[in-house]
Design a protein around this ligand. Structure first.
Ligand code: AMP
Length: 415
């Protein structure tokens, strides 16, 4: 089956066409036939398309909304010159899988999209005002372009964390706020943490029930997850993705009093303070230079900038703190798995994080650590480390495609 996987952000559209079926999944041979990214939807968009095994194609075009962007993608896919293996017309695409950021408590797993599901996703907009409307735009546009006979499936960032117990997901505020308004931790990056856990099992031959690991998705957005018995036990993002680790531009954990204090001192609105916490904090806020970790590390090499060093130390320190907390919460973990743009590609950051954990008997193999970047899944801990360490490049699109297949075929868990 050819699955069109769609991830719509507020001004972006990312897609992949993935060939998958039950046999391909069993052999782990699902295949990405084509992929693409459109950024700056709403103005002069920057477009990048790629057919498997061919060089990427860069373009620019004015695309006023997600509908126009999807239309552009479909024109490219069905253009006879594009030559995606097995795809000649839209009929060769058998289902569509959408990434949806917030599924609140109602969507505990991936579901086929119908009117009721759309209404449910709309109801979650209050909790994800930036993300869910963009995801819905993708759903509306896909229905229009592909027609009602092509099944569409929603895969939620939150659903992997629906196994968290109350002790993890409740905030220590009056219980009524949870009962009345569903104020609680939901967690995000669920498809990524789920994929990392799956790939860890494949690498080690472990059963799902025996999977006790800490997964670290470290990118521009970052989160940690404690996975016990194969399920999410706790995660660092909260009711929204602002909580937890220090990120590229988000502050992570913060005393809520800071918000009121800043409004008072700066004479600004609550919206402005939240804009600072979401867009001008984290690594960018501390360094004053950039949210991009690679650029920051280069800057340190060249100029030894004090605040750039501070930002990196704080970023790594916060990850270490969560590893310590989760190790305690889980009564010990078998492995720590790094993923995300930073986790997958930066031996330096991984080393900084792990070096502060030697008291737990967690040790890197420096040479293996240096070799792990650019998409390689491998173990990087030393032979005598008490906890294994892995780098596992994430693949959220694969989870989206496989879940879409599972829902369309109506089969239970298949991997
Ligand atoms: P993501 O959001 O997962 O795409 O990750 C983006 C982040 O990964 C950015 O901060 C990049 O600078 C960072 N990144 C990518 N490659 C490297 C690298 N080789 N070293 C350090 N950071 C990197």
């Amino acid at each position: 089956m050819n699955i069109f996987v769609l991830n719509c952000g507020s001004s972006s559209l990312k897609f992949q066409i993935i060939e998958t079926d039950l046999d391909l999944i069993k052999d782990d041979k699902d295949r990405t036939l084509a992929k693409g990214l459109i950024e700056r939807v709403g103005s002069q968009a920057i477009i990048s398309f790629q057919v498997e095994g061919q060089p990427p194609l860069k373009q620019a075009a004015p695309l006023r909304d997600h509908r126009a962007a999807l239309n552009y993608v479909i024109k490219w896919i069905t253009d006879p010159e594009t030559e995606i293996p097995g795809i000649r017309s839209l009929e060769d695409i058998h289902a569509i899988g959408h990434r949806v950021v917030h599924g609140e408590e109602r969507f505990k797993k991936s579901v086929r999209i119908d009117k009721e599901v759309i209404a449910g996703i709309e109801d979650c907009i209050d909790l994800a005002p930036l993300h869910n409307p963009a995801n819905l735009k993708g759903i509306y546009a896909a229905r229009e372009q592909f027609g009602p006979s092509t099944p569409q499936v929603a895969v939620f960032d939150t659903s992997f964390h629906s196994t968290m117990p109350e002790i993890s997901y409740l905030y220590a505020i009056p219980y009524q706020t949870y009962r009345r308004f569903k104020v609680r931790k939901y967690g995000f990056h669920g498809t990524s943490h789920r994929y990392i856990s799956y790939r860890y099992r494949k690498l080690t031959g472990k059963e799902r029930e025996d999977t006790n690991i800490i997964t670290l998705h470290l990118g521009n957005g970052s989160s940690a997850c404690a996975i016990k018995g194969g399920n999410s036990l706790d995660t660092s993002m909260g009711m929204t993705p602002l909580d937890g680790l220090m990120m590229g531009t988000r502050c992570g954990d913060i005393d809520p009093t800071v918000i009121e204090y800043l409004m008072h001192k700066e004479g600004t609105s609550i919206d402005e303070v939240f804009s600072v916490l979401n867009k001008r904090s984290g690594v960018l806020g501390i360094s004053g230079l950039t949210n991009d970790m690679r650029d920051l590390l280069d800057e340190i090499k060249e100029h030894q900038d004090r605040r750039a060093i501070l930002a990196v130390e704080m970023f790594c320190g916060k990850v270490r703190k969560y590893i310590g907390a989760y190790t305690a919460e889980m009564n010990g973990a078998d492995a720590i798995c790094f993923a995300g743009g930073i986790g997958e590609n930066s031996p330096e950051i991984r080393k900084k994080i792990i070096t502060g954990l030697d008291w737990l008997g967690i040790e890197l193999d420096d040479s293996l650590n240096e070799q792990a970047y650019g998409g390689k899944a491998m173990k990087i801990s030393s032979a005598k480390s008490r906890v294994e360490i892995f780098v596992i490049p994430t693949n959220e699109e694969l989870i989206l495609a496989r879940d879409t297949l599972r829902v369309v075929l109506n089969v239970p868990r298949i991997w």
